[in-house]
Design a protein around this ligand. Structure first.
Ligand SMILES: [Zn+2]
Length: 75
């Protein structure tokens, strides 16, 4: 099966709009943040360049890319 694909010129395959990717947290854009392994993402948000308090520490939110997204959106 032919699996050739061409990454989108605007987003480079991240499927985020260029305007979204312009926003960075620490030195990472949202696509890069969502790409972080969970352990690195946790360090990034807890003590790393993002320097944001862990979001909703006591909630049932799990350490998934979904909760990383929530942290981003709530800023
Ligand atoms: Zn695109």
């Amino acid at each position: 099966m032919d699996t050739v694909s061409t990454p989108c010129e605007e987003c480079g395959g991240t499927r985020f709009q260029a305007a979204v990717l312009e926003h960075t947290l620490g030195d990472l854009n949202i696509a890069q943040v969502l790409d972080l392994p969970v352990a690195k993402a946790h360090a990034f948000f807890a003590d790393g360049p993002a320097r944001t308090p862990p979001p909703r520490r006591s909630s049932r939110a799990s350490r998934t890319s979904g909760s990383v997204m929530s942290a981003w959106v709530s800023r």
